[in-house]
Design a protein around this ligand. Structure first.
Ligand code: F6P
Length: 662
C-alpha cells in the first residue's frame, strides 16, 4: 500500500480555533487508493497540552471491495455455468430428436418405415411418398440451377436437328442391320429379329428420333423378300419411322471383309485380349471393296450435297475418305465403338496408314473415352505427316481438319410407356425360376453377352467356381445364368472359345451340381430384348467381366431394368462403362479371387445398400443417355458446319475484293 493521506491537522501554534475533541470524536476520513481503501483517524494531540503526540490509525478497508468483487465474480460464474449447462442439455436433446428425425426420414426414403426393422407403418406411406416426391423436385431444381444442361430426350434431339442442322438429311452406315427378317417363324412365315448388338441398341432410338436412312448389310434369310425396288424397307415394323437400305454381300465379300479383316484383324488388334490378329491381303482387298460399295450407297441415298453421315464402327474405316471424295461438303461423323490401342499395338496392322487416312476423311471422329482419343492422336502422330492441335483435339491432314472427341455411348432411358408395360419384378422372377427349374430361394446371377472371347465369360465362370469352393453354404443356392448370343461362329477362334466355355460350365456343374440345383445355366441362343429384360428384373446380380470393352451397354440395360432399385452390378474395370458407374462393384476379371469375392459381396449385400447404389447408377444412366450421346455429336457437327459456312463466305468476300482490286 502507498502513502496514505491523513486529514490535515492544525499545528500547535496555529491561531485558528482550537477544537476540543471529545473522545470518540476524533477526525477521520476514508481515502480510496488505486488498489484499496483506507480509513485514517488522527486524534488532535496538539490541541491538548497533555497529549504529546498524534496517533494515526490506519485501517485497510480494501477487503470490503475485494469481498464484494469476489462475490460478484462467483455470482457471474454461477450464472454462466448454469447457462452453459442448460444450453448443453438443450443441444443434446435437440441432437437426439434431430437424429431421430433424420433416421426416421431416411428410413421412410428407403421405404422401410420409421421403426425398421419392424414392418412399415402404412399410415406413413403417404408422408414417405410426399417426401420422396419433394426430394425429386429438389433434385430437379438443383440440376436446373446447375446450368442449361436439360435432360436429353428424343424430342430434344429432334429439335436440335431442326434448329442447328436445319432439318438436314441423316444417313447412318453400319454393318449390322437393326431389324433382320428371317424365314421360318411359326407356320413358315417371316419373323423380325433384333440383333444382339450394342451398336444397334444405341443408334436405333436415335434414328427413330431423326428419321432418315440407315444403310446396312442385309443378312437375314428373308431380307430380300420385304424390300422395295431400291432395296429399302420402312422400319420399325408397324411404326416406320425411317428407311432401312440393305446392301447385299456375296459369301466371299462377307468372308473377307466381315469375318476376315474386320473380325480376325481389327477386332483383336483393338481389343488387346490376347488373341492374335490375322491380316491377309485378300481380306484387305475385300474390306476395301465393300467399304467402296457402302460409300457409293451413301452417295446414292444423299438428297443434297451436304448430308449428315453417321459412320459406325471398325467395319468402315476407309469409308469416310471415300464419301468425302464424292461429297466434299458432307458432314461425316464416324464413331468407333471399340477401343483404340496404343501406337505400338496398332503398328502391327500392315495397312495402318491407309486405315488412318480413311478415318481422317471424317469431320468428327468419336471414341467412348478420352483415353482412346489420346491413343488415336498418338497413333496418327506416329504414322502420318499430320498437324495435331492437342489443345483443340484436332488433326489437320491434307488440307482437311478432323475433330477427335470422346462421346460415351449409352441407351435410351425407358420412357415411362415401356416400363409401365413391364411385368412386376416378382412375376419376372417367378417365371424365370419356373422356366429354368431353379430353387425358389436361389440367389440368381446373370450375364448377357455375345459369345465373344473379349467378354470374359471364361473368367467369370472361374470366379463362380471359386466362390462355390470358398463358400460351401452357397452350393445349392447360388445360380449363374449366362445368356450367350451366337456370333461369328464361322471363325475358329470363336468355335474353340465356345467349346472351352461349355467345358468349364460342365465341370462346375459336375463339381457342385445337385439333383435340385445346377449352379451354371448356359443359354447359348439369341434372346429378344423383352426376354433379356425379364431376366434382368428377375436377377439378384448382373455380372459384366469384359477383358476389354469400348463401353458395354449390358450393364446400363440392367440398371435401366431395375426400377425397384434392387440388384447389384459387378463390372469389369476394363469396360469403358466403369468410369461412369463407380457404384458398381468394380473388378479386375483376370483376378479370379477378387471377382469371386465381389460375387459373394453382391450376393450378400443388404437391401438398403443395393438401393443406395442402384438409385445413383440409375440417375447417371438416365442423364447420360443415348440422346445426349447423339445430341453432343450432332451439336458439334452443327457448330462445325456453321464455321465452314462462315469461312466460305469470308473466302468469297476476299476473292471478290481481289477481283475488284485487279
Ligand atoms: O462392340 C462393337 C460392336 O459393333 C457392337 O456394337 C456389336 O455388339 C458388335 O461389335 C458387333 O457384333 P456383330 O459382329 O455380331 O455385328
Amino acid at each position: 500500500m502507498g502513502a496514505v493521506p491523513v486529514p490535515p491537522v492544525p499545528p500547535a501554534d496555529d491561531d485558528g480555533p482550537d477544537h476540543d475533541w471529545a473522545p470518540g470524536e476524533l477526525p477521520s476520513a476514508i481515502a480510496t487508493l488505486a488498489a484499496a481503501a483506507a480509513a485514517a483517524s488522527a486524534p488532535a494531540a496538539a490541541t491538548r497540552p497533555e497529549l504529546v503526540g498524534r496517533l494515526v490509525l490506519l485501517h485497510d478497508l480494501s477487503f470490503i471491495d475485494r469481498r464484494s468483487q469476489d462475490t460478484r465474480r462467483y455470482l457471474i460464474g454461477l450464472i454462466a455455468a448454469l447457462g452453459l449447462a442448460i444450453a448443453l442439455i438443450t443441444v443434446v436433446v435437440a441432437q437426439f430428436s434431430w437424429r431421430g428425425w433424420i433416421q426416421g426420414a431416411r428410413a421412410l426414403m428407403r421405404g422401410e418405415g420409421l421403426l425398421a426393422p419392424f414392418a412399415p407403418v402404412p399410415e406413413l406411406a403417404p408422408l414417405a411418398n410426399e417426401l420422396r416426391g419433394r426430394l425429386r423436385d429438389l433434385e430437379d431444381e438443383y440440376r436446373r440451377s446447375q446450368g442449361p444442361e436439360a435432360e436429353w430426350t428424343a424430342e430434344r434431339l429432334r429439335a436440335l436437328l431442326r434448329t442447328q442442322l436445319s432439318g438436314d438429311q441423316v444417313i447412318v452406315v453400319s454393318n449390322r442391320e437393326p431389324y433382320i427378317h428371317e424365314r421360318g417363324g411359326n407356320g413358315g412365315g417371316i419373323v423380325v429379329k433384333r440383333p444382339a448388338s450394342g451398336l444397334v441398341t444405341a443408334v436405333e432410338p436415335v434414328m427413330r428420333a431423326c428419321s432418315g436412312t440407315w444403310i446396312a448389310h442385309g443378312s437375314g434369310s428373308a431380307d430380300r423378300d420385304v424390300v422395295d425396288r431400291g432395296d429399302r424397307v420402312a422400319v420399325p415394323p408397324g411404326h416406320e419411322d425411317y428407311w432401312l437400305r440393305r446392301i447385299w454381300l456375296t459369301p466371299e465379300e462377307e468372308q473377307g471383309y466381315y469375318y476376315g479383316f474386320a473380325n480376325e484383324g481389327l477386332w483383336p488388334l483393338c481389343h488387346v485380349a490376347h488373341v492374335r490378329p490375322v491380316f491377309r491381303e485378300s481380306d484387305w482387298e475385300a474390306y476395301r471393296a465393300v467399304n467402296q460399295r457402302f460409300a457409293d450407297a451413301v452417295v446414292a441415298e444423299a438428297r443434297s450435297e451436304d448430308p449428315v453421315v453417321l459412320v459406325q464402327d471398325y467395319h468402315f474405316a476407309l469409308l469416310p475418305a471415300m464419301v468425302r471424295e464424292q461429297l466434299p461438303q458432307a458432314t461425316i461423323l464416324t464413331f468407333w465403338h471399340i477401343p483404340w490401342p496404343n501406337p505400338e499395338s496398332f503398328g502391327i496392322c500392315p495397312w495402318r496408314r491407309e486405315i488412318l487416312q480413311g478415318m481422317l476423311g471424317s469431320t468428327i471422329l468419336g471414341f467412348h473415352t478420352r483415353y482412346h482419343c489420346k491413343n488415336f492422336l498418338e497413333t496418327v502422330d506416329r504414322y502420318l505427316e499430320a498437324r495435331i492441335e492437342h489443345e483443340h483435339s484436332t488433326i489437320a491432314y491434307r488440307g482437311k481438319e478432323t475433330l477427335v472427341e470422346s462421346y460415351p455411348i449409352s441407351i435410351a432411358w425407358p420412357d415411362g410407356q415401356a416400363d409401365t408395360a413391364w411385368a412386376p419384378v416378382a412375376d419376372c422372377r417367378r417365371r424365370v425360376v419356373e422356366r429354368l427349374g431353379l430353387p425358389p430361394a436361389a440367389c440368381l446371377a446373370v450375364g448377357v453377352d455375345r459369345f465373344d472371347y473379349t467378354k470374359g465369360i471364361l473368367e467369370r465362370l472361374n470366379a463362380v467356381e471359386r466362390l462355390l469352393e470358398k463358400h460351401p453354404e452357397m452350393v445349392g443356392r447360388f445360380v449363374f445364368v449366362q445368356v450367350a448370343a451366337p456370333t461369328r461362329g464361322a471363325l475358329d477362334e470363336y468355335k474353340s472359345f465356345q467349346q472351352r466355355v461349355e467345358q468349364t460350365a460342365g465341370r462346375i456343374n459336375q463339381r457342385f451340381g445337385t439333383p435340385a440345383c445346377q449352379p451354371v445355366h448356359l443359354l447359348a441362343r439369341h434372346h429378344e430384348p423383352d426376354a433379356v429384360n425379364e431376366l434382368f428384373r428377375a436377377a439378384d446380380l448382373c455380372v459384366v467381366t469384359s477383358l476389354h470393352d469400348g463401353m458395354n451397354l449390358v450393364c446400363k440395360e440392367f440398371v435401366a431394368a431395375r426400377d425397384d432399385l434392387q440388384g447389384v452390378l459387378v463390372l469389369s474395370r476394363f469396360a469403358g462403362a466403369a468410369r461412369e458407374m463407380p457404384e458398381a462393384l468394380i473388378v479386375n476379371p483376370y483376378h479370379v479371387e477378387e471377382t469371386a469375392d465381389a460375387l459373394h459381396r453382391a450376393a450378400t449385400m443388404p437391401a438398403a445398400e443395393q438401393r443406395e447404389r442402384m438409385a445413383s447408377l440409375r440417375s447417371t444412366v438416365r442423364e447420360f443417355n443415348v440422346y445426349r450421346w447423339a445430341g453432343r455429336m450432332l451439336a458439334d457437327a452443327g457448330r462445325w458446319r456453321l464455321r465452314a459456312r462462315i469461312e466460305a463466305r469470308v473466302r468469297r468476300y476476299q476473292e471478290d475484293g481481289q477481283t475488284q482490286d485487279a
